[in-house]
Design a protein around this ligand. Structure first.
Ligand SMILES: Cc1cc2nc3c(=O)[nH]c(=O)nc-3n(C[C@H](O)[C@H](O)[C@H](O)COP(=O)(O)O)c2cc1C
Length: 196
């Protein structure tokens, strides 16, 4: 059965992770609900050359598969626990949004949807990107994890012998798809027997 997944894009470097993840989600048939922070929009512009949130570019030409929610509309369906879904992924996730999740702040739709995901004991995956980490980030990661979130930093493995940036991005996107139970056929599984 296809999934219903909420996706948040925030102002951390790595807009390409969001694009790849959304393309794979949509290709799996998942019902996708998207909310983008203002700095997330800036990253889409700076790193992918997008004007506004270009759903065609984000989905690879399948814009109708995504419902875009206004970041300021804290009354949108995804702000309510009664809106049932199979998980929320914040990709990429800034330290600012990590902090909001860790403290339960819900001043905008993205933070509210993340908070509601935790309150309903659903899966929340934070694809955090920052380096180096402050002790504040580390403590916020601990608090978010204690509250039920999964912090899955955007750091690809190299054991699959990646050759392109696309391989590295696919590795991160594939691991996150695994975390929300979405099927994919990316080559990300370590199988030493097969390589021997
Ligand atoms: C080009 C650019 C790159 C950024 N990269 C990061 C980053 O990798 N990680 C991070 O935590 N913040 C990064 N920031 C800073 C955040 O965008 C900023 O803290 C912002 O308040 C995050 O807001 P949001 O969480 O609502 O998107 C970046 C900002 C810009 C303009």
């Amino acid at each position: 059965m296809s999934k219903r997944i909420v996706v948040g894009i925030t102002g951390a470097s790595g807009a390409v992770y969001a694009q790849r993840f959304i393309r794979l989600l949509v290709a799996s048939g998942a019902e996708t609900h998207l909310v983008v922070s203002p700095l997330g929009q800036r990253l889409l512009h700076d790193e992918l050359g997008m004007e506004g949130v270009n759903l065609d570019a984000l989905t690879g030409g399948n814009a109708p598969a995504v419902t875009l929610h206004n970041y300021r509309d804290v009354g949108a369906p995804i702000a309510s626990g009664s809106f049932r879904h199979d998980g929320m992924v914040v990709i990429p996730c800034s330290s600012n949004t990590l902090s909001a999740v860790a403290t339960g702040s819900a001043q905008n739709l993205l933070h509210r949807a993340a908070h509601v995901t935790l309150k309903e004991r659903r899966r929340l995956v934070l694809v955090h990107r920052e380096s180096p980490l402050t002790l504040i980030d580390i403590r916020n990661m601990a608090a978010a994890t204690e509250a039920g979130a999964i912090v899955a930093p955007a750091n690809p493995g190299f054991y699959m012998l990646p050759r392109t940036i696309d391989d590295l991005v696919g590795f991160v996107a594939g691991r996150v798809l695994d975390l929300v139970g979405v099927e994919h056929d990316l080559n990300i599984r370590w199988n030493p027997g097969e390589k021997a």
